[in-house]
Design a protein around this ligand. Structure first.
Ligand SMILES: Nc1ncnc2c1ncn2[C@@H]1O[C@H](COP(=O)(O)OP(=O)(O)O)[C@@H](O)[C@H]1O
Ligand SMILES: [Mg+2]
Length: 237
């Protein structure tokens, strides 16, 4: 098919598509703070991309929009072919559980639940048929088969992040969203966690979007994007 094409056909396999997205917050003093402005971006399925940018530039805000955890002030957010603006709260929760995996800097594990329970809960929310089996498999996949009954407080930082990764991949999501996933780990563990995420991205075929301040990690991914003045810019900072 040649000839003039509508821009919606330019990236037939885009798993993430943002069009003219803006996000404005109201600060506690009442001022309007525009964090994202006229941001358009698309990422084909299966690719990996790093998002870099100074603290406060809107990286976490962008991931929250992609996850449907927050709504844009203007523009469209399409994830896995779904316009998130068209979904209600319960549809959004199901969509998230089935299509997205999250990894955060601060792990966000349930402290009173074991490693296994933390992952089982995610498997149940995603509606998997055998949540316990899937959770055990995911924990083995991240090298934690020997720690399944441990509580987060009994695990090291690197191990907690592995539990969080097992939770993120238990439903084999189309997209892995990682917000500074190595930001609170020492160098050795940071490097191990990064390699694990890359390996899982390749094995599962999940699209990987990873926020990082480390240019050496960023350059290992397919695309390097910088959040500058509310927009995503490709290439060198
Ligand atoms: N709910 C909110 N209300 C008001 N301002 C917010 C809110 N969330 C984020 N911000 C502001 O938006 C800017 C971008 O935040 P964030 O996306 O967390 O940046 P980054 O992740 O790049 O460090 C910051 O200046 C922050 O203070
Ligand atoms: Mg952030």
């Amino acid at each position: 098919m040649g000839g003039a094409q509508d821009s919606s056909f330019r990236y037939p396999c885009s798993v993430i598509e943002l069009r003219d997205v803006s996000k404005t917050f109201k600060s506690p003093s009442g001022e309007r703070l525009t964090v994202l402005e006229g941001l358009s971006f698309s990422l084909p399925a299966g690719l990996s991309a790093a998002i870099e940018g100074p603290s406060g530039s809107g990286k976490s805000t962008l991931l929250a929009l992609l996850a449907g955890l927050d709504q844009p002030s203007a523009g469209q957010v399409k994830v896995a072919g779904q316009d998130l603006g068209g979904l209600g709260e319960s549809e959004l929760s199901r969509f998230r559980a089935q299509n997205l995996g999250f990894v955060f800097q601060a792990f966000h594990l349930l402290q009173h639940f074991s490693a296994l329970q933390n992952v089982v809960i995610a498997a149940e929310i995603a509606g998997l048929k055998e949540p316990l089996k899937a959770a055990r498999e995911a924990l083995s996949r991240v090298g934690l088969e020997g720690r399944v009954e441990h509580l987060p407080g009994q695990l090291s930082g690197g191990e907690c992040q592995r539990v969080a990764i097992a939770r993120a991949i238990v439903a084999k999501p189309k997209i892995l969203l990682c917000d500074e996933p190595t930001g609170s780990l020492d160098r050795v563990n940071a490097s191990k966690i990064f390699e694990l995420l890359l390996e899982l991205h390749k094995d599962l075929g999940s699209t990987l979007l990873l926020v990082t301040h480390d240019p050496h990690l960023a350059e290992r991914l397919d695309r390097q994007l910088f959040l500058e003045q509310g927009r995503l810019v490709e290439g060198a900072a």
